[in-house]
Design a protein around this ligand. Structure first.
Ligand code: HEM
Length: 485
């Protein structure tokens, strides 16, 4: 007889689905407080294991990495990534190849370095536009600052531009674009939004055995979105092939060289990257910056300390650059503390065990969806002192890092499926947050409460966009941030 981990009470057919709210990491945290570090759930007909302790996360993602380094079936993977040809949702040899290409061609140290100037230029642009805005309006809505797509320079646009330039030598957003280019950008954005929205809908096919998947009523919609996506990407690939002269090879050149005969793979990777850029790359970095500013605005003594460090390390006559990061240790602690308390992807991306195994003495069935609830781990009073307090100073006493070695702090996951964009994500958050803190005084709007409620979505943003009062801190902002554009 199998010895399964403990479960809450279940219902026929749906199993334990009724225990999950629209913020599943919070419902799972509540359940784990009663049931412990490992639980067994039945989501419809799909078995699932939920892990909520650093030791068990380590057992799954390090000691048993070869069993748990798989993804479960997701409808979006089948229809919108050309039958699992992308990275984040695929498995097996295809995933291995794709991950290798990404790590060597997209996220290598050399590639990161070659786009350093580009990141700096986009940040300079953001700060100068903010400086202009702060002259006419004293209160700034930080969400608009980070997500507005009306083709001004905002943070998500910044990360999007950086990524699409690396991927396909193309800048979709910004000034001086023709009407056709703007129309193309709009279609791209709508397509990605539609796919992301689709990915986060309820799909019955994910909760039934594979032979019953055909009953899913969302399949016709998936096919419609896929056809639109295919048409758009084919156009981009054709344009790219026609325009041969480029100073350096971009990622699409490399993919076409390596997989030229298999255009579906090229399209799948581009689309899964486009989505991953928006969900994983852009929104995760942007919402980390917003959470950090929210905490700092409401903890002015922490903000003061971070700004004093910037004055000592950088001085008041220039912008912060990536070479300053190693000396900005307090800022690093602020970012770690933000990723601990407000992880953008609190339950990571679901894993799956490809064989039956034993974890903490319990049987884990083959094919069980495995959820690592980092949110429970990062707020566990047995692991963290004053777990719900925003307290960067804790990182003066403990050495835990976010790089996948310390299982009490895994906002990027760990093991073979760990986020490959971590370095880019961290660099972006450091560069943007440090320059925003260096350039402006950020103050709470009188009457605004310290609201830490979380919104529902593909990444966890603050529920209400942060409003803050903004005044320039450096005297020659225009001069300082103009040079790099
Ligand atoms: C603050 C920024 C970011 C955070 C917190 C974050 C977090 C995560 C997490 C938790 C996972 C799942 C790990 C797991 O399953 O164990 C993941 C996977 C992934 N992320 Fe990120 N991410 C960030 C930035 C980025 C960026 C900038 C990119 C690329 C442009 C990126 C690309 C990916 C990809 C491709 C995967 C799937 C990896 C695979 O399945 O093999 N991420 N990320």
């Amino acid at each position: 007889r199998k010895r399964l981990p403990p479960s809450p009470w279940g219902l026929p057919l749906i199993g334990h689905v009724h225990h999950l709210s629209r913020l599943p990491h919070q419902s799972l945290q509540n359940l784990s407080r009663k049931l412990g570090g490992i639980m067994y759930l039945r989501l419809g007909m799909t078995p699932a294991i939920v892990i909520s302790s650093p030791d068990l996360a380590k057992e799954a993602l390090r000691s048993n990495d070869s069993s748990f380094g798989f993804r479960p079936y997701l409808l979006v993977g089948e229809y919108l990534t050309y039958n699992f040809k992308g990275i984040g949702l695929s498995n097996g040899d295809h995933w291995k190849n794709m991950r290798k290409i990404c790590i060597t061609e997209l996220f290598s140290v050399k590639r990161m370095e070659s786009f350093r100037g580009l990141r700096l230029a986009e940040v300079s642009h953001l700060v100068s536009r903010l400086a202009q805005a702060s002259k006419s309006q004293s209160v700034v809505n930080v969400r608009e600052l980070v997500t507005d797509f009306n083709f001004n320079i905002h943070l998500t646009v910044l990360t999007f531009n950086v990524q699409t330039r690396i991927l396909m030598s193309k800048r979709f957003f910004g000034e001086n674009l023709s009407d056709d280019e703007l129309a193309e950008a709009r279609v791209f954005k709508e397509l990605i939004d539609e796919s992301v929205k689709f990915a986060f809908q309820f799909h019955i096919s994910e909760f039934v055995p594979s032979w019953l998947k055909w009953i899913d009523w969302n399949i016709p919609q998936a096919k419609r979105v896929a056809a639109k996506q295919d048409e758009f990407l084919q156009k981009i690939i054709d344009e790219h092939k026609a325009k041969k002269s480029r100073p350096t090879k971009d990622f699409m050149d490399i993919l076409l060289e390596q997989r030229g005969d298999d255009q579906e793979v090229v399209k799948a990777i581009l689309m899964s990257f486009a989505q991953e850029i928006l969900i994983a790359g852009m929104d995760t970095s942007a919402c980390t910056v917003e959470w950090a500013l929210l905490e700092l605005v409401h903890n002015p003594e922490v903000m003061k300390k971070a700004q004093e460090e910037l004055d000592v390390v950088v001085g008041r006559n220039r912008m912060v650059t990536e070479t300053d990061f190693s000396k900005l240790t307090y800022l690093e602690a602020v970012i770690k503390e933000t990723l601990r308390l407000h992880p953008p992807v609190p339950i990571l991306v679901p894993h799956m065990s490809n064989k039956a195994c034993v974890l903490a003495g319990f049987d884990v069935p083959k094919g069980a969806t495995t959820i690592i609830n980092f949110y429970s781990i990062s707020r566990d009073p047995n692991v963290w002192e004053h777990p719900t307090k925003f307290w960067p100073e804790r990182f003066g006493q403990i050495t835990a890092d976010v790089k996948g070695q310390d299982f009490e702090l895994i906002p990027f996951g760990a093991g073979r499926r760990m986020c490959p964009g971590m370095s880019l994500g961290l660099k972006t958050v450091h560069l943007v947050l440090s320059n925003l803190l260096h350039s402006f005084h950020w103050e709470r709007v009188p009457g605004e409460s310290y609201n830490l409620d979380e919104g529902v979505g593909s990444v966890t943003w603050p529920k209400s966009p942060l409003q803050a009062q903004l005044t320039p801190r450096l005297r020659n902002l225009d001069v300082i941030f103009n040079f790099a554009q």
